[in-house]
Write a protein that binds this ligand. Structure first.
Ligand SMILES: Cc1cc2nc3c(=O)[nH]c(=O)nc-3n(C[C@H](O)[C@H](O)[C@H](O)COP(=O)(O)OP(=O)(O)OC[C@H]3O[C@@H](n4cnc5c(N)ncnc54)[C@H](O)[C@@H]3O)c2cc1C
Length: 598
């Protein structure tokens, strides 16, 4: 019955507007031999591994830390294979609060090394990937002058482990230190304080009982999953001996080889790596167990987020992030997210990352905390258009407050059992913000094992469409719009989304008849067609959840799933049975993991 309904749905969509246009595009591209490029390259890579199973470095896990390591090793000229059991960037890396930040709060735990590194990396991202990293004014509403004045220094000295609400004095000290750490290399303005009257004039919906606000600058990532894709594509373009496969998992192995399973077909094959980087994030211990090692490295904590359609709340943020710590030290952030608002997050111990879902009590908690900051704004469950939960791959620790577990990264190495066997380097912790530095550390260990020297520093390496990023975007846009004849506004949307890589996408769009998606006109059919063909799209949910923001912004209803499936099917040459499977799988994921009701 479900299958019949899906086929019916596709048939009716096919009769909709743009049908003729779409057919012509499909015929056109089949004649040019374009479709199935993704499937072909995946099949070719798998075949090449069957023929020659040896790889210098096997990276297990395609989150930001595995992909960062893969990119670094590619630039050093190493042959490297990355396998990801799902889609790239679909684990913890898809569940972040979207911040590129030093971590003001970590100062209290005396994590100066981490804060220093994170601030430096944040600023590098602003330069290397301006299409992905945006400056963000952040405001902290403050309710007390002196609260936490004693707690914070005590915790700093290791004499107290319970956090508490911070008053103005402690926040002032933290922000002063934050500014000091980056003096001399400042990419963003310094912090400032506003007393109650000025604060309420700027953000009138804030709780009237605030005594003041503190504002400072950090950065955010509108679409982190695209950073993963850009890094992967940069790596493969720089080094043809580097290959990355999604939907392939490390399923087992012995001290000499690792068994890989193709999650699409169930087929297994064996590779023989010289070095293994275990970048499976919260699943690191599970992967090590499959490779015969029982150590416990990870003690993950779950964090959940809600995306709300609430224009009043969006306006109340004044276009900046509101960052708030409650009485038990837990952080709540309210981030304007395009036409929506992102609210996060929680910090709850969890054993199996596969079980991470947003719970009802987390929804109550997050809505309650946002109401505490903006008491006059009605926040309702019905306004939630998307939700997501993920697990931080934190180091294992016994008890204590979860907020106090170090957010710093480290590498735990399991040496080879014998001469000629592989070592395993497990990447523990690591924030989005610090991925480049962490990847550099991991790559250096692998290079050492291989007896190779570092050839390239990645600090100033542009990412994806951050390459040749114009100092004068307006004239770049004019030229691009002229050469492709796309309307200037459309070109501007593409540039904001893809940076200079927008030029190639615009060319593809301009080469055929295009029309906006009905579900979200900010995207068009030929744009989706381009992403499907050239961005390692394997499953339908890759397009809706990670290559685009269609689902994240709450537009992935049933019709949207069918509409995008239609474009993907033509681009990737899916059979009608495959289309039905893909639609069903995507609906299930949206319902089960993201609270979408159909
Ligand atoms: C709620 C939350 C909020 C956060 N907010 C921020 C923030 O605002 N800023 C910030 O800088 N950081 C933030 N972080 C931290 C950051 O997102 C993570 O630390 C980082 O993404 C971890 O990346 P990773 O590559 O190590 O792990 P992951 O992204 O989880 O990648 C590991 C990958 O391994 C794959 N895998 C598992 N088993 C196998 C197998 N057998 N074979 C092959 N592949 C396998 C998984 O599918 C997964 O994709 C946040 C994290 C969470 C959870």
């Amino acid at each position: 019955m479900g299958l019949f309904k899906s086929v019916e749905g596709i048939a009716s969509l096919r009769q909709a507007a743009c049908a003729r246009m779409r057919r012509m595009q499909t015929i056109d591209s089949i004649e040019r031999g374009e479709p199935r490029a993704n499937a072909m390259s995946r099949a070719k890579t798998l075949q090449s591994l069957r023929e020659n199973p040896h790889v210098s470095v096997l990276v297990i896990g395609g989150g930001i830390n595995g992909i960062g390591s893969f990119r670094d090793l590619a630039l050093q000229g190493i042959d490297c294979l990355l396998v990801e059991r799902g889609d790239f960037g679909s684990g913890a890396s898809a569940a972040s609060s979207h911040m590129l930040h030093g971590g003001l709060r970590y100062l209290e735990n005396a994590e100066f090394r981490l804060v220093n590194e994170a601030l430096r990396e944040r600023d590098l991202m602003l330069r290397n990937a301006p299409q992905h990293a945006k400056a963000l004014r952040t405001t902290i509403p403050i309710f007390r002058w002196f609260s936490g004045t004693l707690n914070a220094p005590l915790r700093f000295l290791g004499l107290r482990d319970r956090p508490g609400e911070r008053g103005a004095l402690v926040i002032k000290l933290g922000l002063w230190l934050y500014d000091r750490l980056i003096r001399g290399q400042r990419a963003l303005p310094r912090h400032d304080f506003q007393l109650r009257r000025a604060a309420l004039a700027a953000l009138p919906q804030l709780h009237p009982q605030i005594i003041c606000t503190a504002s400072y600058y950090d950065a955010w990532m509108p679409h982190p999953e695209r950073i993963c894709l850009d890094l992967l594509r940069d790596a493969e373009a720089a080094n043809s001996r580097c290959r990355a496969l999604n939907y392939v998992s490390a399923a087992g192995g012995d001290e000499r080889s690792v068994n890989l399973r193709d999650e699409l077909t169930g087929e297994t094959l064996r590779v023989q790596p010289s070095v293994v980087i275990n970048a499976a994030g919260p699943w690191i211990d599970f992967v090590n167990q499959r490779l015969g090692n029982q150590q416990r490295f990870i003690g993950g904590t779950k964090g959940s987020h809600l995306v709300l359609d609430n224009p009043t709340l969006l306006a109340a943020t004044g276009g900046g992030e509101i960052f708030f710590e409650n009485a038990d030290g837990r952080i709540v952030l309210i981030l304007p997210y395009f036409e929506r608002v992102l609210i996060g997050t929680t910090d709850i111990r969890i054993d199996n990352p596969d079980d991470a879902r947003v719970s009802e009590s987390e929804i109550d908690y997050l809505l309650g905390m946002a109401s505490r900051v903006f008491p006059q704004i009605q926040l309702e469950r019905e306004q939630i258009v998307f939700q997501f939960a993920g697990v931080r791959p934190l180091p294992y620790s016994d008890g204590g407050a979860t907020g106090q577990i170090s957010r710093d990264h480290s590498i735990r190495s399991l040496p080879p059992a014998r001469e000629g066997r592989y070592a395993i380097h497990s990447l523990i912790g690591g924030k989005w913000t610090t991925f480049r530095a962490f990847a550099e550390q991991a790559a250096d260990l692998a290079l050492k094992d291989l007896g190779q020297m570092r050839r390239k520093d990645t600090r100033h390496e542009p990412i994806g469409g951050g390459r040749d990023y114009p100092t004068d975007p307006a004239s770049w846009l004019r030229e691009a719009a002229n050469s492709t004849r796309l309307p200037a506004e459309r070109m501007a949307v593409l540039f904001a989304r893809y940076g200079t890589a927008a030029a190639a996408i615009a060319e593809h769009i301009a080469a055929g008849d295009d029309c906006p998606l009905r579900c979200n006109p900010a995207y068009s059919r030929r744009e989706i067609d381009y992403l499907a063909r050239s961005e390692k799209v394997t499953r339908l949910d890759d397009l809706l959840l990670r290559r685009t923001l269609i689902a994240m912004l709450g537009y992935a209803d049933r019709a949207a799933v069918y509409e995008v499936a239609d474009v993907a099917a033509a681009a990737l040459g899916w059979s009608s049975e495959r289309v039905v499977d893909e639609i069903q799988r995507t609906l299930d994921i949206l319902r089960d993991q993201h609270g979408t009701s159909f």
